[in-house]
Design a protein. Structure first.
Length: 418
Protein backbone atom coordinates (compact mmCIF):
# COMPACT_ATOMS: atom_id res chain seq x y z
CA UNK A 1 0.00 0.00 0.00
CA UNK A 2 1.50 3.32 -1.04
CA UNK A 3 1.37 6.34 1.22
CA UNK A 4 0.26 9.59 -0.44
CA UNK A 5 2.79 12.40 -0.03
CA UNK A 6 1.34 15.56 1.48
CA UNK A 7 1.97 18.90 -0.21
CA UNK A 8 4.01 20.15 2.75
CA UNK A 9 5.94 16.89 3.20
CA UNK A 10 9.53 16.55 2.03
CA UNK A 11 9.65 15.54 -1.62
CA UNK A 12 10.42 11.81 -2.04
CA UNK A 13 13.05 12.67 -4.64
CA UNK A 14 15.42 13.67 -1.80
CA UNK A 15 15.86 17.28 -2.88
CA UNK A 16 15.03 18.52 0.64
CA UNK A 17 12.33 20.81 -0.75
CA UNK A 18 8.64 20.56 0.10
CA UNK A 19 6.72 18.35 -2.28
CA UNK A 20 4.48 21.26 -3.41
CA UNK A 21 7.56 23.24 -4.45
CA UNK A 22 9.22 20.32 -6.21
CA UNK A 23 7.59 17.36 -8.00
CA UNK A 24 4.17 18.09 -6.48
CA UNK A 25 3.82 21.46 -8.13
CA UNK A 26 2.00 22.29 -11.35
CA UNK A 27 3.69 20.86 -14.41
CA UNK A 28 6.14 23.27 -15.98
CA UNK A 29 5.25 24.29 -19.51
CA UNK A 30 7.74 23.14 -22.07
CA UNK A 31 10.16 25.84 -23.17
CA UNK A 32 9.57 26.56 -26.87
CA UNK A 33 12.36 26.00 -29.33
CA UNK A 34 14.58 28.98 -30.10
CA UNK A 35 15.29 27.75 -33.63
CA UNK A 36 15.06 30.72 -36.00
CA UNK A 37 13.61 28.43 -38.67
CA UNK A 38 10.44 28.35 -36.56
CA UNK A 39 10.22 32.09 -35.92
CA UNK A 40 8.08 33.02 -38.93
CA UNK A 41 5.74 30.03 -38.63
CA UNK A 42 5.18 30.61 -34.91
CA UNK A 43 4.50 34.29 -35.59
CA UNK A 44 1.96 33.52 -38.31
CA UNK A 45 0.20 30.95 -36.13
CA UNK A 46 -0.04 33.49 -33.29
CA UNK A 47 -1.43 36.17 -35.62
CA UNK A 48 -4.03 33.77 -36.97
CA UNK A 49 -5.04 32.72 -33.45
CA UNK A 50 -5.03 36.07 -31.63
CA UNK A 51 -5.96 38.44 -34.47
CA UNK A 52 -7.47 36.13 -37.06
CA UNK A 53 -9.75 38.59 -38.83
CA UNK A 54 -7.19 41.40 -38.86
CA UNK A 55 -4.44 39.04 -40.04
CA UNK A 56 -6.50 37.62 -42.90
CA UNK A 57 -7.66 41.08 -43.95
CA UNK A 58 -4.04 42.26 -44.08
CA UNK A 59 -2.98 39.28 -46.22
CA UNK A 60 -5.95 39.85 -48.54
CA UNK A 61 -5.20 43.56 -48.95
CA UNK A 62 -1.52 42.97 -49.67
CA UNK A 63 -2.30 40.26 -52.21
CA UNK A 64 -5.13 41.88 -54.12
CA UNK A 65 -4.68 45.62 -53.51
CA UNK A 66 -0.90 46.05 -53.44
CA UNK A 67 0.54 43.23 -55.56
CA UNK A 68 -2.19 41.81 -57.83
CA UNK A 69 -1.13 42.64 -61.40
CA UNK A 70 -4.48 42.80 -63.19
CA UNK A 71 -7.98 43.49 -61.87
CA UNK A 72 -9.38 41.37 -64.71
CA UNK A 73 -7.44 38.29 -63.56
CA UNK A 74 -9.80 36.12 -61.45
CA UNK A 75 -8.07 34.45 -58.50
CA UNK A 76 -9.76 31.16 -59.38
CA UNK A 77 -7.82 31.10 -62.66
CA UNK A 78 -4.51 30.92 -60.81
CA UNK A 79 -2.94 27.48 -60.72
CA UNK A 80 -3.24 25.86 -57.31
CA UNK A 81 0.51 25.17 -57.20
CA UNK A 82 1.21 28.90 -57.47
CA UNK A 83 -0.71 29.94 -54.36
CA UNK A 84 1.75 28.49 -51.79
CA UNK A 85 4.58 30.56 -53.33
CA UNK A 86 2.38 33.66 -53.33
CA UNK A 87 1.33 33.30 -49.71
CA UNK A 88 4.88 32.51 -48.55
CA UNK A 89 6.10 35.81 -49.97
CA UNK A 90 3.05 37.82 -48.88
CA UNK A 91 3.20 36.49 -45.30
CA UNK A 92 6.86 37.35 -44.97
CA UNK A 93 6.23 40.82 -46.43
CA UNK A 94 3.51 41.37 -43.82
CA UNK A 95 5.92 40.52 -41.01
CA UNK A 96 9.00 42.24 -42.45
CA UNK A 97 7.55 45.54 -43.59
CA UNK A 98 3.77 45.38 -43.38
CA UNK A 99 1.19 46.91 -41.07
CA UNK A 100 -1.85 45.34 -39.43
CA UNK A 101 -4.91 47.15 -38.16
CA UNK A 102 -5.74 46.34 -34.54
CA UNK A 103 -8.92 48.14 -33.55
CA UNK A 104 -8.73 51.67 -34.90
CA UNK A 105 -4.94 51.81 -35.08
CA UNK A 106 -2.48 50.60 -37.71
CA UNK A 107 0.61 49.01 -36.22
CA UNK A 108 3.78 47.61 -37.80
CA UNK A 109 3.33 43.85 -37.67
CA UNK A 110 6.81 43.20 -36.31
CA UNK A 111 6.18 45.59 -33.40
CA UNK A 112 3.03 43.68 -32.53
CA UNK A 113 4.93 40.39 -32.59
CA UNK A 114 7.82 41.67 -30.48
CA UNK A 115 5.56 43.48 -28.00
CA UNK A 116 4.93 42.30 -24.46
CA UNK A 117 1.71 40.55 -25.49
CA UNK A 118 3.23 38.88 -28.53
CA UNK A 119 3.94 35.17 -29.07
CA UNK A 120 6.41 33.20 -26.96
CA UNK A 121 9.67 33.56 -28.87
CA UNK A 122 13.20 32.74 -27.88
CA UNK A 123 15.94 35.40 -27.84
CA UNK A 124 17.38 34.29 -31.19
CA UNK A 125 13.93 34.24 -32.76
CA UNK A 126 13.18 37.75 -31.53
CA UNK A 127 16.53 38.93 -32.83
CA UNK A 128 15.79 37.30 -36.19
CA UNK A 129 12.44 39.09 -36.55
CA UNK A 130 14.08 42.39 -35.67
CA UNK A 131 16.74 41.89 -38.33
CA UNK A 132 14.13 40.75 -40.83
CA UNK A 133 12.37 44.10 -40.45
CA UNK A 134 15.68 45.88 -41.09
CA UNK A 135 16.69 43.76 -44.10
CA UNK A 136 15.47 45.34 -47.35
CA UNK A 137 14.26 43.20 -50.22
CA UNK A 138 16.79 43.83 -53.00
CA UNK A 139 17.71 42.44 -56.39
CA UNK A 140 20.78 40.22 -56.72
CA UNK A 141 22.72 38.42 -59.42
CA UNK A 142 23.10 34.78 -58.44
CA UNK A 143 26.69 34.04 -59.43
CA UNK A 144 27.49 30.73 -57.76
CA UNK A 145 25.52 27.80 -56.36
CA UNK A 146 26.85 25.17 -54.00
CA UNK A 147 24.00 22.62 -53.81
CA UNK A 148 22.99 21.88 -50.24
CA UNK A 149 25.39 24.49 -48.88
CA UNK A 150 25.00 28.05 -50.11
CA UNK A 151 24.98 30.78 -52.73
CA UNK A 152 27.02 33.76 -53.86
CA UNK A 153 25.07 36.96 -54.54
CA UNK A 154 26.04 40.31 -56.07
CA UNK A 155 23.84 43.37 -55.60
CA UNK A 156 22.30 44.21 -58.98
CA UNK A 157 21.80 47.88 -58.13
CA UNK A 158 25.06 48.81 -56.42
CA UNK A 159 28.41 47.89 -58.00
CA UNK A 160 30.23 49.17 -54.93
CA UNK A 161 28.93 46.33 -52.78
CA UNK A 162 31.06 43.23 -52.80
CA UNK A 163 29.85 39.64 -53.26
CA UNK A 164 27.84 38.06 -50.45
CA UNK A 165 28.36 34.46 -49.36
CA UNK A 166 25.02 33.14 -48.10
CA UNK A 167 24.33 29.86 -46.33
CA UNK A 168 21.26 28.30 -47.96
CA UNK A 169 20.61 24.56 -48.01
CA UNK A 170 17.16 24.30 -49.60
CA UNK A 171 17.06 26.84 -52.44
CA UNK A 172 20.63 26.01 -53.44
CA UNK A 173 19.36 22.67 -54.73
CA UNK A 174 17.10 24.27 -57.35
CA UNK A 175 18.58 27.67 -58.23
CA UNK A 176 21.24 28.06 -60.92
CA UNK A 177 24.02 30.58 -61.63
CA UNK A 178 23.02 33.45 -63.85
CA UNK A 179 19.55 34.01 -62.38
CA UNK A 180 18.28 37.36 -61.14
CA UNK A 181 16.87 36.98 -57.65
CA UNK A 182 14.95 39.15 -55.19
CA UNK A 183 15.93 38.22 -51.63
CA UNK A 184 16.62 39.38 -48.07
CA UNK A 185 20.03 38.22 -46.77
CA UNK A 186 20.04 38.35 -42.97
CA UNK A 187 22.95 38.07 -40.55
CA UNK A 188 22.50 35.03 -38.30
CA UNK A 189 25.23 34.33 -35.75
CA UNK A 190 28.46 34.51 -37.78
CA UNK A 191 27.04 34.13 -41.30
CA UNK A 192 24.36 35.28 -43.74
CA UNK A 193 21.16 33.38 -44.49
CA UNK A 194 18.21 34.10 -46.77
CA UNK A 195 15.06 35.05 -44.90
CA UNK A 196 12.89 32.42 -46.61
CA UNK A 197 10.83 34.24 -49.26
CA UNK A 198 12.47 34.31 -52.69
CA UNK A 199 11.66 36.20 -55.90
CA UNK A 200 13.49 34.42 -58.76
CA UNK A 201 13.09 35.92 -62.24
CA UNK A 202 13.12 34.12 -65.57
CA UNK A 203 15.35 35.43 -68.39
CA UNK A 204 12.34 37.04 -70.10
CA UNK A 205 11.44 38.99 -66.95
CA UNK A 206 14.97 39.78 -65.77
CA UNK A 207 15.46 42.65 -68.22
CA UNK A 208 11.99 44.01 -67.46
CA UNK A 209 12.41 44.18 -63.68
CA UNK A 210 15.90 45.60 -64.03
CA UNK A 211 14.63 48.30 -66.41
CA UNK A 212 11.87 49.33 -64.00
CA UNK A 213 14.33 49.58 -61.11
CA UNK A 214 16.82 51.58 -63.19
CA UNK A 215 14.03 53.96 -64.17
CA UNK A 216 13.10 54.48 -60.53
CA UNK A 217 16.71 55.06 -59.46
CA UNK A 218 17.55 57.40 -62.34
CA UNK A 219 14.29 59.35 -62.65
CA UNK A 220 12.16 59.06 -59.52
CA UNK A 221 14.39 58.22 -56.57
CA UNK A 222 15.23 61.88 -55.90
CA UNK A 223 11.54 62.61 -55.33
CA UNK A 224 11.24 59.94 -52.62
CA UNK A 225 12.38 60.42 -49.03
CA UNK A 226 15.61 58.44 -48.42
CA UNK A 227 13.94 56.39 -45.68
CA UNK A 228 11.21 55.31 -48.12
CA UNK A 229 13.48 54.32 -51.02
CA UNK A 230 14.17 50.75 -49.83
CA UNK A 231 10.42 50.17 -49.57
CA UNK A 232 9.79 51.47 -53.10
CA UNK A 233 12.53 49.24 -54.52
CA UNK A 234 11.13 46.24 -52.65
CA UNK A 235 7.64 47.03 -53.95
CA UNK A 236 8.86 47.14 -57.56
CA UNK A 237 10.56 43.75 -57.13
CA UNK A 238 7.49 42.15 -55.55
CA UNK A 239 5.10 43.52 -58.15
CA UNK A 240 7.35 42.39 -61.01
CA UNK A 241 7.45 38.90 -59.50
CA UNK A 242 3.65 38.80 -59.26
CA UNK A 243 3.41 39.80 -62.92
CA UNK A 244 5.80 37.02 -63.84
CA UNK A 245 3.84 34.42 -61.92
CA UNK A 246 0.35 35.47 -63.05
CA UNK A 247 0.58 37.15 -66.47
CA UNK A 248 1.99 36.15 -69.88
CA UNK A 249 5.68 37.04 -70.18
CA UNK A 250 6.79 40.24 -71.93
CA UNK A 251 8.08 39.82 -75.48
CA UNK A 252 11.15 41.83 -76.51
CA UNK A 253 10.57 43.64 -79.79
CA UNK A 254 12.82 42.70 -82.72
CA UNK A 255 13.58 45.44 -85.26
CA UNK A 256 14.79 45.29 -88.84
CA UNK A 257 18.37 46.55 -88.90
CA UNK A 258 17.93 48.51 -92.16
CA UNK A 259 14.48 50.08 -91.70
CA UNK A 260 14.16 50.21 -87.93
CA UNK A 261 10.64 48.77 -88.23
CA UNK A 262 9.51 46.06 -85.81
CA UNK A 263 9.52 42.54 -87.22
CA UNK A 264 6.23 40.61 -87.01
CA UNK A 265 5.90 36.92 -87.98
CA UNK A 266 3.82 36.86 -91.19
CA UNK A 267 2.41 34.00 -93.28
CA UNK A 268 0.99 34.60 -96.80
CA UNK A 269 -1.40 32.10 -98.38
CA UNK A 270 -1.66 31.58 -102.16
CA UNK A 271 -3.77 29.51 -104.53
CA UNK A 272 -2.21 27.99 -107.64
CA UNK A 273 -4.41 29.00 -110.60
CA UNK A 274 -2.27 27.46 -113.35
CA UNK A 275 0.13 24.77 -112.20
CA UNK A 276 1.70 24.21 -115.64
CA UNK A 277 2.43 27.91 -116.04
CA UNK A 278 3.92 28.05 -112.55
CA UNK A 279 6.18 25.06 -113.17
CA UNK A 280 7.33 26.52 -116.49
CA UNK A 281 8.12 29.86 -114.89
CA UNK A 282 10.03 28.29 -112.02
CA UNK A 283 11.98 26.15 -114.48
CA UNK A 284 12.98 29.21 -116.50
CA UNK A 285 14.11 31.54 -113.73
CA UNK A 286 14.68 31.82 -110.02
CA UNK A 287 12.50 34.89 -109.47
CA UNK A 288 8.80 35.63 -110.03
CA UNK A 289 8.03 38.80 -111.97
CA UNK A 290 5.33 41.35 -111.14
CA UNK A 291 1.99 40.64 -112.81
CA UNK A 292 2.35 36.87 -112.51
CA UNK A 293 -1.04 35.23 -112.90
CA UNK A 294 -0.20 31.63 -112.11
CA UNK A 295 -0.61 32.25 -108.39
CA UNK A 296 -3.34 34.26 -106.66
CA UNK A 297 -2.80 35.72 -103.19
CA UNK A 298 -5.50 34.63 -100.76
CA UNK A 299 -4.84 35.78 -97.21
CA UNK A 300 -2.11 36.98 -94.92
CA UNK A 301 -1.72 35.87 -91.31
CA UNK A 302 0.17 38.19 -88.98
CA UNK A 303 0.97 36.48 -85.72
CA UNK A 304 1.27 38.71 -82.66
CA UNK A 305 3.79 37.04 -80.32
CA UNK A 306 2.10 38.60 -77.30
CA UNK A 307 -1.24 37.17 -78.34
CA UNK A 308 0.29 33.77 -78.94
CA UNK A 309 1.85 33.71 -75.47
CA UNK A 310 -1.34 35.01 -73.89
CA UNK A 311 -3.21 32.10 -75.46
CA UNK A 312 -0.62 29.66 -74.13
CA UNK A 313 -0.85 31.27 -70.70
CA UNK A 314 -4.50 30.18 -70.38
CA UNK A 315 -3.28 26.58 -70.30
CA UNK A 316 -1.41 27.26 -67.08
CA UNK A 317 0.73 29.87 -65.28
CA UNK A 318 4.07 30.89 -66.68
CA UNK A 319 6.70 29.60 -64.30
CA UNK A 320 10.21 30.99 -63.88
CA UNK A 321 12.54 29.42 -66.41
CA UNK A 322 15.44 27.54 -64.88
CA UNK A 323 18.35 28.28 -67.18
CA UNK A 324 16.43 29.01 -70.36
CA UNK A 325 15.52 25.47 -71.45
CA UNK A 326 13.52 25.64 -74.67
CA UNK A 327 10.00 24.20 -74.89
CA UNK A 328 10.55 22.80 -78.38
CA UNK A 329 12.06 19.36 -78.88
CA UNK A 330 15.76 19.27 -79.80
CA UNK A 331 16.72 18.59 -83.39
CA UNK A 332 17.19 14.99 -84.47
CA UNK A 333 20.88 14.36 -83.98
CA UNK A 334 20.70 10.58 -84.24
CA UNK A 335 22.75 10.56 -87.44
CA UNK A 336 25.77 12.22 -85.77
CA UNK A 337 27.84 10.36 -83.22
CA UNK A 338 28.26 12.08 -79.80
CA UNK A 339 32.00 12.70 -80.18
CA UNK A 340 31.57 14.40 -83.55
CA UNK A 341 28.65 16.44 -82.24
CA UNK A 342 30.75 17.69 -79.31
CA UNK A 343 33.54 18.70 -81.69
CA UNK A 344 31.09 20.55 -83.94
CA UNK A 345 29.48 22.33 -81.00
CA UNK A 346 32.90 23.27 -79.64
CA UNK A 347 33.80 24.90 -82.95
CA UNK A 348 30.52 26.84 -82.98
CA UNK A 349 31.02 28.01 -79.39
CA UNK A 350 34.58 29.15 -79.98
CA UNK A 351 33.59 31.11 -83.10
CA UNK A 352 30.58 32.66 -81.38
CA UNK A 353 32.59 33.74 -78.34
CA UNK A 354 35.79 34.73 -80.14
CA UNK A 355 35.48 38.41 -79.11
CA UNK A 356 33.37 37.81 -76.00
CA UNK A 357 35.82 39.32 -73.52
CA UNK A 358 35.71 42.77 -75.13
CA UNK A 359 32.10 42.95 -76.38
CA UNK A 360 29.34 44.82 -74.50
CA UNK A 361 26.92 42.25 -73.10
CA UNK A 362 23.32 43.26 -72.22
CA UNK A 363 23.15 41.08 -69.10
CA UNK A 364 26.31 42.86 -67.86
CA UNK A 365 24.61 46.25 -68.27
CA UNK A 366 26.10 46.59 -71.78
CA UNK A 367 29.63 46.48 -70.42
CA UNK A 368 32.32 44.09 -71.56
CA UNK A 369 33.55 41.31 -69.26
CA UNK A 370 37.08 42.73 -69.36
CA UNK A 371 35.80 46.13 -68.25
CA UNK A 372 33.67 44.65 -65.46
CA UNK A 373 36.33 42.53 -63.75
CA UNK A 374 38.04 45.68 -62.47
CA UNK A 375 35.91 45.52 -59.27
CA UNK A 376 35.27 42.55 -56.94
CA UNK A 377 31.53 42.68 -57.61
CA UNK A 378 32.08 42.91 -61.37
CA UNK A 379 34.54 40.04 -61.31
CA UNK A 380 32.02 37.85 -59.50
CA UNK A 381 29.30 38.78 -62.01
CA UNK A 382 31.52 37.69 -64.91
CA UNK A 383 32.27 34.43 -63.11
CA UNK A 384 28.56 33.94 -62.54
CA UNK A 385 27.84 34.47 -66.22
CA UNK A 386 30.44 31.86 -67.16
CA UNK A 387 29.02 29.41 -64.63
CA UNK A 388 25.60 30.00 -66.16
CA UNK A 389 26.95 29.20 -69.62
CA UNK A 390 28.43 25.99 -68.29
CA UNK A 391 25.24 24.95 -66.48
CA UNK A 392 23.16 25.48 -69.62
CA UNK A 393 25.68 23.60 -71.78
CA UNK A 394 25.79 20.67 -69.33
CA UNK A 395 21.99 20.39 -69.46
CA UNK A 396 21.88 20.62 -73.28
CA UNK A 397 24.68 18.06 -73.66
CA UNK A 398 22.84 15.61 -71.39
CA UNK A 399 19.71 15.96 -73.51
CA UNK A 400 21.70 15.28 -76.68
CA UNK A 401 23.72 12.40 -75.23
CA UNK A 402 27.12 13.97 -75.74
CA UNK A 403 29.95 15.42 -73.66
CA UNK A 404 29.56 19.11 -72.74
CA UNK A 405 31.65 21.73 -74.49
CA UNK A 406 34.28 23.31 -72.25
CA UNK A 407 34.16 27.05 -71.66
CA UNK A 408 37.59 27.03 -70.02
CA UNK A 409 38.95 29.04 -72.96
CA UNK A 410 36.87 32.03 -71.80
CA UNK A 411 38.20 31.78 -68.24
CA UNK A 412 41.71 31.62 -69.69
CA UNK A 413 41.10 34.57 -72.06
CA UNK A 414 40.04 36.69 -69.07
CA UNK A 415 42.91 35.47 -66.90
CA UNK A 416 40.58 34.62 -64.02
CA UNK A 417 40.31 31.61 -61.76
CA UNK A 418 37.15 29.78 -60.88
Amino acid sequence: MSIKTGRNDPCPCGSGRKYKHCHGGAPIAAVPSDDIAEALQRSLEWLDKMHSREFRNAVRELTFDLFWPDDDLPPEDVDENTWPMIFMNVNEWLIAQGDIRIGARWQPTVELLLGTRGPRLGPRQREFLGRLAEAPLRLYHLTDVRPGEGLTLVDALDDAKGPLEVRERSASRTLEPGQLLGARPIEVDDHLELSGALYPFSPLHASSVRASLDEFINEHQADVHPEDRPYEIALLIARAWFEQMLLPPPIPEIFDASTGEPLVPTTDHYRIEDREALEARLAACTELEAGETAVRHLTREIEDPRGMLAARHHDGPIKPVRGGKADSAPADLSQIDPETMTDLMSQVVRRSYANWADEPIPILDNRSPRELIATPAGLERVKGLLRGYEANEARLAAEQGRAPVSFQFLWDAMGIRR
